[in-house]
Design a protein. Sequence first.
Length: 148
Amino acid sequence: MKVILLQDVNKVGKKGDMVEAADAYARNVLIRRKLAVEATGKTINDLKLKKANDEKVAEENLEAARALKERLDQSSVVVKAKTGEGDKLFGSISGKEIAEAAKEQLGIELDKRKIVVENPIKTIGTMSVLVKLHPQVKAQLSVKVEKL
């Protein structure tokens, strides 16, 4: 019996796959536990429409990420911090502080977990940080650190 999986099933397939399963296993396990539905004309058509819609949404997200990348590459944020002797900061600038500065100054909401600060920012000056916007799109954001 052909079934379309509604969830990932171990050793059978992933969500959205159309697989061949033994009749009894399909009826008594997969369909009864709502892990799959029988592959009829309607469900196959629904699966095709859903995949087409998912591809369209993924393409729109990629285009939005590319547009945001262009904006971030040309932008700069200013972060103010307390300093000690030799213009060294007390602590370091975190991704959270950079995300808050981007929201205030640029009006862009960035996820603090997507901001990659390779070397801790512990001095005054201008540094560049990597922002992961999409698995295929990464942007460079200029961060200027000033005395408070």
